[in-house]
Design a binder for this molecule. Sequence first.
Ligand code: AHR
Length: 332
Amino acid sequence: MKRRSLAGIGAGAGAALFTLSACGEDSGGDGNGGGGDGYVIGFSQVGAESAWRTANSKSVQDAAAADDRITELKFDDGQQDQEKQIAAVRSFINQAVDAIVIAPVVETGWTDVLTEASDAGIPVVLADRGVEAADEDLYVTRLGSDFEAEGRSAGEWAATTFATTPDFKILELTGTTGSAPANDRKAGFFAVLDEKGVAYTLVDSQTGNFTAEEGKATMETFITTHGLDGIQLLYAHNDEMGLGAIQAIEESGKAPGTDIQIIIVDGSKAGFQAGVDGKVNYIVECNPAFGEQLMDVVVDVIEGGSPEKFTPVEEGVFGPDQFEAELPNRQF
Ligand code: AHR
């Protein structure tokens, strides 16, 4: 790996004050495959819970492999377990990598390990998910989705679609409890409904942990507890949970997309296919393909750049008229 000198790690609000200079000196190998002339990066990924996540891991790994500035990307699958992620980050610190990328499974509980990275002079870039605001000075920048904007997009569609349905009834399948996308997709969605003065009832809201299996199991519980009669909308925070819920709805004898309308977030091939099949009514895109952009951000940070605290990736929204035409374009 390249050696660098650390001039300072900032504590100023919103400021990225890591000042690093890459001297271009070859360390002659670190015993971990990092013997090249480029940078060594540690990446603690959330897990492999969804098609989105698999596509995101591939995007980051492919981009690192194709980038001459990167000697090695040390990849660790956290299996949706914060303790595993923290252990991986500590391992990266011990290996003196040039930068650490974390996709944090949940927002809280990062202060200690981020402080350890800061004390070791290793800059941290967040990819995909964020951490709580109190830890904002302990990482340089975040590249990923604006989850609240995604939730607001879903809320705009629901507010328009059910504008004339008195007191429309909602079931919500939330993502991993405590994760940034679960918190922000919920907040954005209901903020729009409240701002617009739409009359609704949230009949139930439970986690499906971003997986198809748990999404299906939670939907089965919803059906047992509440039935589906009189419920207009299922808001699923990702495709997998929505697809699992569709199975549960069909097994109960109801027609997903017709008897109950469904919003999903991500935009996978399987999600769009469900839309083409009439089982999903609205798709909010979450874009996992930011690997190349991430490499640029990480190298910039290592070399002393001061990127914005948050860079959102580009995302769209899709209704039934667009599902068929968009399906061939989906990459995951
Ligand atoms: O953090 C992004 C979310 O995590 C995606 O919406 C979901 O599919 C993934 O598990």
